[in-house]
Design a protein around this ligand. Structure first.
Ligand code: ATP
Length: 526
């Protein structure tokens, strides 16, 4: 006989923690930093606050492999009465909305707490105050995995004398600092590229990073939106209908969906063969299925709006990549909004060249989804495929070349290739946009490299001609009895006029080229 039982959701996640990125002490430490940082960024930039994030990792017990992680932000904070659920109930979130956030599942913090308590049996310590709150709340929380609810071990309130706002979290967990150090550093640096308006201070046992704020410009905050008719399934529609008052089908479509006005609703219902005036609650289950099918097929919908999205913007990408990669030049583009399956998305791409980027046989790829750096599973990501298939020769790039490519997809629904949220799946619309974004950015790079190449050529010509100036000036001086220095000066001027740039300008431009680039420019066909 089988023994049947239901596994409570929190217990299920505790047992299957690798699905959320908590495979082992190395991944778990990296994932903990990632979840806490992403929550802090969501709690600040989405509300117009310039993020300041402090992160600390301490080795607590070397023998047992225990570490502590502390994260503090200056965000909007969490209301005192919500703190227990936010940290102690799986699938509790403020982000189940149609709007671009880093967080989506309502799971991240709980996985941190579950992993921490199952490895060290210690609670999470939380301190938080909301904007203008006169109190600071402090909690010690664990999760009762059987009932998926918080166990409050301690709760305190303090007067908020200095009107501090934000959230501070401390957890103790089994973590392998040495093995995860490199990933954590990469993750934070890559975060600083896409969010150069954030100040991130990290202190680990043997690593200190101070990623300074490079700009005070924040990208416009995303608005909250409605679903696009093409993006809903039968269950979602059923639920929406249950929540609707006695609306007609036409009213229901207009009120609950993005980009559906009176004209569009009428035209669609006529095309789909539904009576616009029937009460939406009177739809039979068969009609409901047919309605969803028709909503997916209809060609007349307007595109989903992109107001729910918050791309970084070409300017911020350029600032971030220059500062963090130490690139000599960065060219970024933000494409126009597109959609797949009713979900709006925007692709951004940047190519970074030279400077401190080491020459490689293929471009270094930095992938992002909703401003989250993706570090694992690069091979499974459609962005890698696009970058590898790209014809770089057409853009004057010959490998080895000091080239890095940044690809950012933002969407209200990122099509991840797996539950680990580390790679973007091959959605044809997204793939096409990636290709176009890369082409647009690479065109700017080509222009830049052509200019550099030309300047190199000029400098070489100048050097060749300048070799003769002394001798020619000497002989002319003998014949004309004009001062040799003045002849030489005039000859210099003549050459400068001929090549169209002063020597100072030429040298300045060409010196800014990295040696690898010079080699490339020299090797390039004339
Ligand atoms: N630093 C913070 N400041 C303010 N609110 C926070 C902070 N961290 C978490 N929260 C709140 O707690 C909720 C739950 O966070 P959690 O990390 O569990 O899930 P999520 O961010 O919504 O989604 P995901 O599982 O994809 O990370 C968030 O939706 C947010 O409302």
């Amino acid at each position: 006989m089988y023994a049947y039982e239901a596994l409570p959701v929190a217990e299920w996640f505790r047992r299957n923690r690798e699905l959320a990125g908590f495979h082992n002490p190395t991944r778990a430490l990296y994932q903990t930093i990632r979840e806490l940082t992403e929550n802090s960024l969501d709690a600040t930039e989405t509300y117009g606050i310039l993020p300041t994030i402090l992160l600390r990792v301490n080795v607590e017990d070397e023998q047992k492999g225990w570490v502590s992680v502390y994260a503090e932000d200056n965000g909007i904070g969490i209301p005192g009465n919500e703190i227990p659920n936010v940290f102690g109930r799986v699938f509790y979130s403020s982000k189940y909305r149609i709007k671009q956030h880093r967080g989506v599942f309502g799971l991240g913090l709980k996985m941190v707490v579950l992993y921490a308590q199952s490895t060290t049996n210690k609670p999470v310590l939380v301190r938080s105050a909301t904007l203008k709150s006169d109190k600071i709340f402090e909690y010690q929380i664990m999760i009762d995995t059987n009932s998926n609810s918080p166990i409050i071990l301690d709760r305190r309130e303090y007067p908020n004398k200095y009107r501090w706002h934000g959230t501070a979290v401390k957890v103790y967990l089994e973590g392998n600092w040495l093995a995860s150090k490199k990933r954590i550093e990469d993750y934070l640096r890559r975060t600083a590229i896409i969010a150069p308006y954030a100040e991130i201070i990290f202190k680990g046992p043997d690593l200190e990073l101070w990623l300074k704020r490079r700009t005070t410009k924040l990208p416009p905050a995303p608005k909250e939106g409605l679903p696009h008719p093409r993006s809903v399934d039968v269950d979602t529609l059923k639920q929406m209908i249950q929540e609707s008052r006695g609306l007609t089908l036409q009213e229901f479509l207009m009120e609950n969906f993005d980009a559906v006005g009176e004209g569009t609703a009428k035209a669609f219902l006529e095309w789909a063969g539904f009576n616009p005036n029937m009460k939406v609650r009177a739809l039979t289950p068969e009609e409901l299925v047919r309605l969803v099918e028709k909503m997916k097929q209809y060609e007349g919908w307007r595109r989903p709006r992109s107001d729910w999205l918050s791309p970084a913007g070409a300017e911020l990408l350029e600032i971030g990549a220059k500062a963090i990669l130490g690139a000599e030049a960065v060219f970024a583009v933000t494409r126009k909004p597109e959609s797949y399956g009713g979900h709006p998305f925007i692709v951004e791409a940047a190519v970074a060249w030279g400077g401190q980027i080491p020459p490689g046989d293929r471009p270094v790829l930095l992938r992002y989804a909703n401003k989250i750096p993706l570090l694992y599973d690069e091979g499974a990501d459609v962005a890698r495929k696009v970058v590898d298939e790209f014809n770089w020769q057409n853009y004057k790039v010959k490998f080895p070349a000091p080239l890095a490519v940044i690809i950012h997809v933002c969407s209200t629904k990122i099509p991840y290739a797996s539950a680990g949220k580390e790679a973007i799946a091959e959605v044809p619309e997204i793939e096409k946009e990636m290709r176009l974004a890369l082409r647009d950015a690479a065109k700017k790079l080509r222009l830049y490299l052509s200019r550099k190449e030309k300047e190199m050529e000029m400098l070489n010509r100048y050097i060749t001609l300048a070799k003769y100036i002394d001798e020619v000036a000497y002989n002319l001086a003998l014949v004309t009895r004009i001062d040799k220095e003045s002849i030489a000066r005039n000859l210099h001027k003549l050459i400068e006029k001929k090549i169209g740039l002063t020597v100072d300008e030429l040298v300045k431009h060409t010196l800014s080229m990295s040696s690898a680039q010079q080699e490339m420019a020299e090797a390039a066909p004339q």
